[in-house]
Ligand binder design. Structure first.
Ligand SMILES: Cc1ncc(COP(=O)(O)O)c(C=O)c1O
Length: 435
């Protein structure tokens, strides 16, 4: 393990050779996360504290995150923040793998050619799948691209998606449409949807005899609505249509059981709500029928070996084992807290901010039906304009929200947020409106 003196000595050596014009990098090296190189991370709270005082439990967990205490981070929907146990998983793995002392002389710290069974098992168990059903990828975008580029489709075949897909979900299909003549069709998700039936009816009405795939987000990026995915998957199946879900936001936000959903394909980015390292994602394939329909679009050793099952989609060439160790640490951390507790907390914080924004007269795009929302609330706050309000919040008050022109704000409520943080945001919002 690197101790602080060795670390700083190497820093001095680095600074001596660092060219002028690199002050930011030198600065980054001069502030090592001391608890990682020098001693233990802040202690975890007693798990039983939750039973006595939930708020005290969550306040103690907040110490595991590097986000400064005077910052309010309401944009976990774009990217999460890896806490100390996750960083430790990554750094310990670097310190181990970079010794180049692997047992097997043919083994190196790269993961783009191997099964990495223990990492896949941990992830599979966490999402209600089996090892053979999942490939570890870099993010939802990569997994979505595998799907859009790898399925056999003829010109004129249709993919049906919502009007709220993220570019990382929609654009792969647009590319396929432009290059090969498939057709992208969209249904509109009401803003806000009153209930699940309203959404299902719109999907049902938009299906045509040429619909081959229904591709939708499980939780959309535009409004954070939780779509009724089990019913969508069943509807698709009943009509012989492939269902592919973009669950970028779901892993770590809500309990997830992909086999229970019943979809054919599922993708995600655990770097968001599972607080896993950036660059961790997955692709789920339900069964051999769908595995055999999906071509690899990145090919190296193993692409033509169906017996590898989903593993063949994680053969991408040299990549990064410490990231997998960090993903595993993120899973362990979420399991240690308990996904039930996390999901409940996500709901409570979002319900609170939702109710407060409604009281303030905001126009909601978040559903009044609690089943269609979790930890993302989206409202419109005219006449406040974006990005003005977003910049004012951040530059003047260290509060990060996600703005969208002209008046939209998307508010994410990760479990590590404190109620006091939300109150601070609300106070500042009120003062902005009065100014
Ligand atoms: C629904 C959805 N899909 C895909 C993405 C892209 O995620 P990534 O950049 O991790 O691939 C996002 C990001 O916000 C998203 O919300």
């Amino acid at each position: 393990m690197v101790n602080r003196r060795d670390f700083l000595t190497s820093l001095a050596a680095f600074s001596a050779v660092a060219p002028l014009g690199m002050p930011e990098m030198a600065h980054a090296f001069s502030v090592p996360p001391a608890c990682l190189v020098d001693g233990p991370a802040p202690p975890l709270p007693d798990r039983n504290l939750y039973m006595q005082n939930e708020d005290a439990f969550w306040a103690a967990l907040r110490n595991q995150f590097l986000i400064p205490k005077d910052e309010v981070f309401l944009n976990n929907g774009t990217v999460g923040s890896s806490p100390y146990p996750v960083l430790k998983g990554v750094f310990d793995s670097y310190l181990d793998t970079e010794r180049m002392a692997q047992d097997d002389p043919e083994q190196y710290p790269i993961w783009g050619y191997e099964a990495y069974a223990s990492y896949r098992d941990a992830l599979a168990q966490f999402i209600g799948a089996t090892r053979d059903q999942i490939a570890m990828t870099r993010n939802a975008t990569e997994s979505n691209n595998y799907i859009a580029n790898g399925l056999e489709l003829k010109p004129g075949d249709e993919v049906l998606m919502s009007d709220q897909e993220h570019p990382g979900g929609e654009q792969p299909w647009n590319l396929r449409a432009k290059r090969y003549g498939i057709v992208v069709k969209k249904f509109e998700v009401p803003k806000p949807p009153k209930n699940a039936a309203e959404i299902l009816n719109r999907i049902n009405d938009a299906i045509t005899p040429r619909t081959r795939i229904i591709f939708v987000s499980h939780i959309t990026t535009v409004t954070g609505v939780v779509l009724p995915v089990k019913e969508i998957a069943a509807l698709a199946r009943s009509k012989g249509i492939i269902s592919a879900l973009d669950g970028a936001h779901v892993t770590g936000m809500m309990r997830l059981n992909v086999n229970d959903i019943g979809c054919d394909l599922y993708t995600s980015s655990p770097h968001k709500w599972l607080q896993a390292p950036k660059g961790s994602g997955f692709l789920y394939l339900r069964d051999e029928a769908i595995m055999n329909k999906l071509w690899n679009t990145i090919a190296t050793h193993g692409w033509d070996e169906p017996n590898l099952k989903a593993e063949r989609f994680q053969h991408i060439g040299s990549s990064n084992v410490p990231m997998l160790a960090g993903l595993q640490a993120a899973i362990d951390f979420a399991n240690w807290i308990g996904m039930e507790r996390i999901e409940k907390r996500h709901h409570e914080l979002a319900d609170y901010i939702y109710a407060e924004m409604i009281k303030r007269g905001a126009e909601s795009w978040t559903s009044p039906d609690p089943a269609l929302r979790c930890a993302i609330v989206t409202v419109n706050v005219a006449p406040a304009k974006m990005p003005d309000l977003e910049y004012w919040m951040w530059k003047q008050h260290k509060i990060r929200i996600r703005g969208g022109a002209p008046h939209k704000i998307r508010l994410s409520t990760p479990y590590y947020l404190q109620k006091g943080d939300i109150q601070r945001f609300l106070q500042k919002f009120d003062s902005y409106k009065q100014a």
